[in-house]
Design a binder for this molecule. Sequence first.
Ligand SMILES: Cc1ncc(COP(=O)(O)O)c(C=O)c1O
Length: 396
Amino acid sequence: MSEAYDAVVQREHEVFAPGVRRWPLALERGQGSLVWDVDGNEYLDLTAGWGVNCIGHCHPALAEAIAEQARTLIQTTNIVYTRPQLELAERLDRITPGSMHRSFFLSSGAEANEGALKLAHRATGRARFLATLGGFHGRTLGVMGVLGQEKYRARWSSLIREARFVPYGDLAAAESALDGEVAAMIVEPVQGEGGVLIPPDGYLEGLARACRAAGALLILDEVQTGIGRTGRWLACDHSGVEPDILTLGKGLGGGMPIAAFMATDAVMASIEPGDHGGTYAGNPLCARAAVTVLRVIEEEALIARAARLGQHVRERLEALNARCDRVESVRGRGLLLGLVLRDPAVAAAVHTRTREGGVLVNLTAERVIRIFPALNIPEDELDRALDVLESMIEKD
Ligand SMILES: Cc1ncc(COP(=O)(O)O)c(C=O)c1O
């Protein structure tokens, strides 16, 4: 490792909490789908900051809007009205299902999901939740109760109020668990962190019906799948299902910390001032960034692009699957793709080697290489990145 890298790592070890297992990589700057480390080495980024940088790193329009807003008004108390927040709520109203009219802004996906759970409790008067095994919704104490991965929950079991969990994609199991006490079922339309799992056709429609029949609400967590990631504005647009509550985050701010929960008029009517919120929730700087992200996605037709590029990646990975028995399957929707390898040890080695070869991918669910680049990644860069990934998988 270089002197520049060592200097960063050593200093960090002295002052940081061990909150994350870092890659041996210190990044300095990014542009589009390229990032550079402190030694000037270039990487192709297929992670987009975990799906956040949906219009790429430092998109000129986003950088300009943030700079301009920073010179105008960065933060106020949220007790006052501001234009960027209003404009964002109006744009979200336009791009989300017809019934989702009202937005409540926060700074992270976990806070948005906290708000969704609190709202469901308010709206139904019930206090139990149903969630899916393998689901991921954030790490705050409230949402940990609905986080379907034991590895995250186990150490905090005495502090959290656990939901009941059903297998993802199993409609019958959800139907029988939806008794008269469940306030809401929370579910991702595609399980991201859980391994890029696509539920069977009809699953979300069935859940919407079953929730309605049980007097429970359906919360769709679109923190990862929303804002064009799956080739539609929202993943639920593929099936036409309209949830009672919808949560957004990640791509919404294109890198600025902003998230939202949205709901129908009727459901949102049960929230009262003071029920939920945050000091930075929807502040002018983040809201302006989000407005710009949504505008760029529209102007550059990135949703259709995500669908087309996703199909392209899929075809390449399917061809790899056909010729390489290290691959078990390929799954995903739009530009949220999972390449499932048979052996976790091989997956870990591929993950490391690919990075050493100049391409950043994510390894999740032990043996799933998750690919979720910026929606505007240039096609030649995408192909170059896939060349590297494929060669690392096929390498002896
Ligand atoms: C589906 C989903 N929901 C919620 C979250 C939590 O979002 P945040 O990390 O912004 O709190 C994530 C983060 O990965 C996620 O993938």
